[in-house]
Design a protein. Structure first.
Length: 141
């Protein structure tokens, strides 16, 4: 499960941009074999007086926190590739904002602490996971 928590100041994203960004994020993970329903994108609007960078209120800012659970990145090259991809997907939505401060990070969480609808997700690449991806549904296996 990738969970993208996107904290942003008001007016950073339109409703259409949120949907487009969430779709692009989901499409990427689906292309590498994850079920679409594994991908969760949550937008959190934060007023400038509640978002501080360096101890100062930030008039326009975005902070993206990404939790990866379904897969692990095996090496530095893979981590750099993912960081580059996150940068590429976010940049078009953010570069139009003057003086915007934005950053992201990716955490890798233990899959041992993860369930969907009370089910332990199937092993990566297994027939059960492929069925979950095909049906876009968590099913007993």
């Amino acid at each position: 499960m990738p969970l993208w928590s996107i904290y942003h100041t008001p007016g950073t994203f339109t409703a259409d941009e949120k949907r487009e960004l969430a779709t692009r994020i989901t499409d990427h993970y689906h292309q590498v074999g994850l079920p679409r329903f594994y991908v969760v994108t949550a937008f959190h609007e934060v007023t400038p007086d509640n978002l501080f960078v360096g101890g100062e209120p930030t008039p326009v800012g975005v902070r993206v926190v990404i939790d990866h659970i379904a897969r692990r990145l095996p090496d530095e090259q893979s981590r750099r590739r993912v960081a580059g991809w996150v940068n590429e997907i976010m940049r078009p939505f953010l570069e139009r904002h003057e003086h915007l401060h934005w950053e992201f990070h990716v955490d890798e969480t233990s899959a041992d602490l993860w369930m969907i609808n009370g089910l332990v997700p199937p092993p990566p690449g297994s027939a059960a996971e492929q069925r979950w991806a095909k049906d876009n549904l968590a099913l007993p296996y």
